[in-house]
Design a binder for this molecule. Structure first.
Ligand SMILES: *Cc1c(COP(=O)(O)O)cnc(C)c1O
Length: 376
């Protein structure tokens, strides 16, 4: 028996919606299913405007274009995140200022942001790691006080909340991912949410290759033309139809994942109490959308040995990010600050299998294997 790290969940209704999309005779972007997905996410999460994209990376690129950087402008980003969070801004010629994580959680440490702000700072990007909210009250305050844009990389955070507010509805922009490793997926897909009305019109133009085609389709202008920069950020209706099936099953998928997550937590609590490992920390203001189950080990050596032990037991446990401030591409531009918590999570964090079809037996097997590692 092999337990994979991830297995994309299929609800079964994807086929129906895809067949319907094909039967409409229009499978390029911005059709029936794109609108259905955008409306559903907009209403469920409470976002002002949503645009479906081919990936979260695309949505981040759109946020970077909308931010309108001049050369030398700075953006504050956590170092412990996926490459795309930073890459999108690098392509728009922004200078990345990497911030450290909290001690207890990989999320950006808000208390250390103020000292990174200079007259050149234009934006802060908050990544809700594992779908657990950053301190959005403090972040919103820092952004407001310093007149900065606040962008949420909510790639992992669909269904997550800050207090009672849905993640993705707080920042000027927010980005979601529907990559097959995420809770709700369509293979490759994403969504940009725009919560600041000032940017709504331009976002739509950038989305449609720099043209006002969306306005034209709504009959607001009588021809469409090239009016700005942009790119091809729209997914096809086939992807949107697949995604719609998943979004309709959102509550069920979330409930199942939360059950799995809770079972892991209960089973590993004893090892946490004994100090062998640390279970995920969830701040009181955050609710858990169960995107990921990770544990923190005391050292790199223990982490790697445990990973190897689990892999030998046919369990695909995996590490996560390599810090971006030490990456081959960006380390030469980094200012040399040591980001100790980011580096700790690079060394000590281990992710366990978590997907919709993971059985209770499988979870028990993973937890028994972890227990036997510490008892050997
Ligand atoms: C998955 C992920 C992305 C990239 O999403 P894609 O849809 O694959 O482009 C970006 N940021 C974070 C934090 C992610 O987890």
């Amino acid at each position: 028996m092999k337990i994979n790290f991830n297995k994309p969940h299929i609800t079964g209704t994807e086929y129906e919606y895809i067949a319907d999309a094909i039967s409409t005779g229009k499978i390029s972007g911005n059709g029936k299913y794109t609108t259905l997905c955008q409306d559903l996410v907009r209403k469920t999460i409470g976002i002002k405007k949503t645009l479906l994209t081919t990936s979260c990376t695309d949505a981040l690129e759109m946020s970077a274009i909308l931010s309108n950087f001049s050369i030398g402008d700075e953006v504050i980003i956590p170092s412990y995140t996926f490459v795309s969070t930073a890459l999108a801004f690098v392509r728009e010629k922004a200078k990345i200022v990497f911030a450290d994580s909290e001690t207890m959680h990989p999320n950006i440490d808000v208390k250390k942001i103020q000292e990174l702000i200079t007259p050149k700072t234009k934006a802060i990007v908050a990544v809700h790691y594992a779908g657990i909210s950053c301190d959005m009250e403090e972040l919103t305050k820092v952004a407001k006080d310093n007149n900065l844009l606040l962008i949420e990389d909510a790639a992992q955070a669909i269904g997550g909340k800050f207090k009672s507010i849905n993640l993705g509805s707080i920042g000027d922009f927010a980005t979601f991912s529907f990559h097959e490793t995420k809770n709700i997926q369509c293979g490759e897909g994403g969504l940009l949410s725009i919560n600041n009305e000032k940017y709504m019109k331009r976002a739509e133009i950038i989305w449609e290759k720099g043209t006002n085609r969306a306005e034209f389709f709504r009959g607001e202008v009588n021809k469409y033309e090239w009016v700005d920069i942009g790119s091809s950020f729209l997914p096809s209706e086939i992807s949107a139809a697949f995604l719609y099936a998943q979004l309709r099953d959102f509550e069920n998928i979330m409930q199942k994942r939360i059950e799995i997550w809770n079972h892991y937590y209960a089973r590993l609590f004893d090892l946490h109490q004994k100090g062998h490992l640390k279970l995920p920390y969830i701040p009181v203001y955050a609710s858990n959308p169960a995107h990921m189950f990770y544990i923190e080990l005391p050292t790199l050596e223990v982490r790697d040995n445990l990973k190897e032990w689990l892999n030998k037991n046919s369990i695909q446990a995996v590490t996560h990010y390599l810090t971006l401030h030490r990456s081959p591409y960006y380390s030469k531009f980094h200012d040399g600050r040591i980001l100790e918590n980011s580096e700790k999570f690079e060394n000590c964090l281990l992710r366990l299998p978590l997907f919709y079809d993971l059985s209770k037996n499988d979870i028990d097997f993973v937890c028994d294997s972890i227990q036997s590692f510490f008892e050997k």
